[in-house]
Design a binder for this molecule. Structure first.
Ligand code: FAD
Length: 375
């Protein structure tokens, strides 16, 4: 089989890219190693449609969120939960921002901000919280998003192959790339003009098996606790800024809230330059003993928002979060697009946030269009 583009990874980024390329007239094959699309980080995340507030230390990330927020709401209208109120609280101590700085920052990026009403302000401990603001931020339903993406893949004519793992890539002769896969039926291979590695935490696994040097990346095994909120908090989301604090957001596809804590959500951290980095992150995730830190998360969160002590832990989502090491400095979330001279035609894409997918599509451009070709 020949195709003009192979996309590796059926997460939100890989699927959106596959549709984009197919709409431009390329014959596109999308390979996903698991049995459905959007089952990994694109599902196991906080479901926040960012609107800039989260990034007072990275103006560029905040401004890109502001630009992409309305577009994401427009394009994925059916997947959005805007039924809750969202509040950002500023911690009195150990915060990287004060209330004044935060308000000034929101003004600079043009993000709507109002003081929270008294009934909400009273929910917070005044010794630990300097100010509480009402903001405009929504959540997406990951299951509805999967359905919406399936519709797009089908109507764009993308050849979606589930249960197909791309093992390695090499040069094809006289041109293009050789794509080597394993599936239930056994190994196979084909030739593609272009390959896009959209495997997020698996980027370096694909590169290493293809003999290509790794991209410097930082990985964290994360736990998001899924909780049932006490009644007084059921219709709100809360993020405490900006430091070792917590965030709780509605998680619409389960009718629950997610709870994450900057200190307790990461269970393990490593860089791809470490010895551990030579292992596949998905294998490390599978091997990690799943001892929930919900009780630590909720105990600390209750210092700021006492009523959250009444939350009930229902489940936890475990995933690998992958970011460029530079994001440790300013918490920024750039999209990384990396080509390699070792294998011309290969582009690795590190996603940043769900809404920023549009920036990736603009940056990738469309490789020279070839007509669809049959298997
Ligand atoms: C804990 C956490 C919280 C987050 N919160 C938010 C948030 O609130 N809002 C937000 O916008 N973003 C959030 N993010 C970031 C966001 O989830 C990711 O940036 C985004 O989902 C990445 O999409 P992706 O398609 O690149 O990766 P994924 O969804 O992980 O998709 C990669 C796919 O590649 C497949 N794959 C891997 N290797 C191979 C192979 N060799 N062959 C075939 N298939 C392969 C995997 O099975 C997977 O399906 C969060 C991330 C985490 C981990």
């Amino acid at each position: 089989m020949d195709c003009s583009a192979t996309v590796i990874g059926g997460g939100f980024y890989g699927c959106m890219l596959a549709v984009h390329l197919a709409d431009a007239g390329l014959s596109v094959t999308l390979c996903e190693k698991h049995d459905d699309i959007l089952g990994r980080a694109s599902h196991a995340n906080q479901a926040r449609v960012h609107n800039g507030y989260h990034y007072p230390r990275s103006l560029l990330t905040a401004l890109r969120s502001r630009a992409n927020f309305p577009r994401f709401l427009r394009e994925f209208d059916d997947c959005i939960d805007g039924s809750f109120e969202k509040y950002y609280a500023i911690a009195s101590r150990h915060s990287h921002v004060t209330a004044r700085h935060f308000a000034g920052f929101c003004g600079r990026i043009g993000a709507p901000l109002r003081p929270a009403p008294d009934r909400i302000r009273r929910l917070f401990d005044p010794h630990h919280v300097e100010a509480v603001f009402a903001v405009e931020e929504h959540a997406f339903d990951a299951v509805r998003l999967r359905r919406a993406i399936w519709t797009r893949l089908v109507s764009a004519g993308v050849d979606v192959r589930l249960g197909v793992e791309v093992r390695s890539l090499g040069r094809a002769f006289p041109r293009g790339l050789r794509v080597e896969i394993v599936a239930a039926e056994g190994p196979d291979e084909w030739r593609a003009d272009r390959v896009f590695n959209c495997t997020y935490s698996g980027l370096n696994t694909v590169l290493a098996r293809s003999g290509i040097p790794p991209i410097p990346l930082k990985h964290e095994i994360t736990e998001l606790a899924l909780i049932e909120m006490p009644e007084e908090l059921a219709d709100i989301g809360v993020t405490v800024m900006c430091g070792p604090f917590f965030s709780c957001m509605p998680f619409p596809s389960r009718g629950l809230h997610s709870l994450s804590h900057v200190r307790y959500t990461p269970h393990a951290t490593w860089h791809d330059s470490d010895a551990a980095g030579r292992q596949d992150p998905e294998s490390l995730l599978a091997a990690l003993p799943r001892r929930s830190r919900f009780s630590l998360m909720v105990r600390d969160a209750a210092r700021y928002l006492p009523a959250i002590a009444g939350a009930r832990h229902v489940d936890s989502l475990w995933e690998v979060k992958t970011v460029p090491p530079a994001s440790e400095r300013d918490d920024g979330r750039p999209i990384l697009l990396e080509e390699t001279s070792a294998l011309p035609g290969l582009t690795s894409v590190l996603a940043s946030k769900i809404d920023n997918v549009f920036d990736m599509l603009d940056a990738v451009g469309i490789p020279a269009v070839r007509r669809r070709c049959a298997a």
